[in-house]
Design a protein around this ligand. Structure first.
Ligand code: G4P
Length: 289
């Protein structure tokens, strides 16, 4: 791990506090809905979650599937299914896929629901805690499900605060993550993927290196998209040269004819985040952090 990534392993005290709050609230919910970013399903998952939720029924939501690679999302869903994980691809922004959420909750809680039915306890409200690191779309998902604008949506990591309940209908309530569950930077690659997607701020990382990393992934898996977007015939093998090629095509030249690689890197990252290059997933089922 290099210095850049160790630097962003921040706030251990806050993390402990958030984990304590989550552990306390877990007791009062029936299930947990864990939201991850479908473009980085591994890196956007806090690895402490399984231990935190114990044997509480669990639903995994692959959010932002509208900007992820549909084929890779389908492969992830197959992978989870074959591992007995209840998973659903959603787009909290448009609402696509969210209609299935109640069914997934019912599937996750099927034992409990049959038990209630046997005891004649019908219509009991189910409570689900929504968990996830900042920026995966928790507020957007909760707003979408509850129809309320109460959960604040901003594009800054860590803004989901407080301990709030939202009513979906008379049978389902959602609890926003109590406290901020920061991501964990278990490897340099995890830190890079979180920064490339904008889940954590990129200000403390080397922007050009991040862009070169992104170009490497794009060269390996999405070459036609990058060639088309930047009207390039052949992308150089070397990632720095590739960044220069992108900058050159966009006329990002500074005095002396040099390429403004910082500007090119910022542009590339922004275009990736806004899905201008195409629907791209950085981590397929074979990804090893
Ligand atoms: P959080 O509570 O987990 O921190 O995440 P939040 O809902 O605030 O969402 C973070 C950003 O991700 C927001 O962008 C939000 O619009 C976007 N987002 C959430 N869900 C989806 C999704 O399914 N698809 C896509 N494409 N984007 C999603 P923003 O730039 O702050 O918001 P906006 O101004 O674009 O709405």
């Amino acid at each position: 791990m290099n210095d850049n990534t160790t630097n962003i392993n921040w706030f251990p005290g806050h993390m402990t506090k958030a984990k304590r709050k989550i552990a306390a609230q877990i007791k009062i919910v029936d299930a947990v809905a864990e939201i991850v970013d479908a473009r980085i399903p591994v890196s956007s998952r806090n690895p402490d979650i399984p231990e935190l939720i114990g044997d509480k029924p669990h639903i995994l939501l692959l959010n932002k599937c509208d900007i992820a690679d549909a084929k890779k999302t389908a492969e992830w869903l197959d992978f989870y299914k074959s591992n007995g994980v209840i998973a659903l691809a959603v787009d909290a922004k448009s609402g696509k896929g969210t209609g299935e959420f109640k069914n997934s909750v019912a599937t996750a809680l099927s034992d409990k629901l049959s038990c209630y039915l046997e005891k004649g306890m019908v219509g009991r409200t189910l409570r689900v805690m929504v968990l996830g690191i900042p920026n995966v779309g928790k507020s957007s998902f909760i707003n979408r499900m509850s129809g309320k604008s109460k959960a604040k949506v901003e594009n800054r990591p860590g803004v989901t605060k407080g301990n709030q309940w939202f009513t979906v209908d008379k049978n389902l309530e959602l609890l926003d993550t109590p406290g901020v569950l920061w991501p964990k930077f278990n490897s340099q690659t995890v830190g890079e993927h979180l920064a490339i997607t904008g889940a954590v701020t990129d200000r403390i990382l080397d922007i050009e290196l991040l862009a070169m990393r992104l170009l490497q992934i794009l060269k390996d898996d999405y070459m036609p998209l990058i060639l088309e977007r930047y009207s390039i015939d052949i992308l150089p093998d070397d990632s720095y040269e590739a960044l220069c090629a992108v900058g050159r095509k966009r006329g990002m030249i500074i005095r002396g004819g040099e390429i403004d690689t910082l500007r090119a890197a910022n542009m590339l990252l922004e275009e990736f985040r806004n899905c201008k290059i195409g629907r791209i997933t950085l981590e397929g089922v074979d990804f090893n952090a």
